[in-house]
Design a protein. Structure first.
Length: 106
């Protein structure tokens, strides 16, 4: 699993039938900054993810990729590689809080 930030949404009016009705969001994975472990930084990558939890732009989410992305009841048998499986409330690293949802600015 990975930490990611929702940076946008995607609309595809033409897609395979099994994907109809699934919300697609653009997510950017984040990691702990190696120079300052009290903050998160972007990995510089971007993915399209199926949203199963009602995430919104600017939120930090938990994503899973690969075959694990197809193991939720909502995504079973879908042709996907990335799925949002959780909304992140807090992230603690080395006894420091590096993210707190209620303090986040979208």
């Amino acid at each position: 699993m990975f930490v990611a930030k929702v940076t946008g949404s995607l609309v595809a009016t033409q897609k395979v039938g099994s994907m109809v009705g699934h919300k697609l969001l653009v997510v950017e994975p984040f990691r702990v900054d190696s120079q300052d472990r009290s903050r998160l930084v972007s990995t510089g990558r971007t993915f399209v993810a199926v949203d199963t939890v009602g995430a919104g732009e600017g939120e930090y989410v938990l994503i899973t990729q690969g075959s694990s992305a197809r193991l939720t009841p909502e995504t079973k048998n879908l042709p996907i590689d990335t799925v949002i499986v959780g909304l992140i409330d807090t992230i603690h690293v080395d006894h420091n809080c590096v993210f707190r949802r209620e303090n986040a600015q979208h």
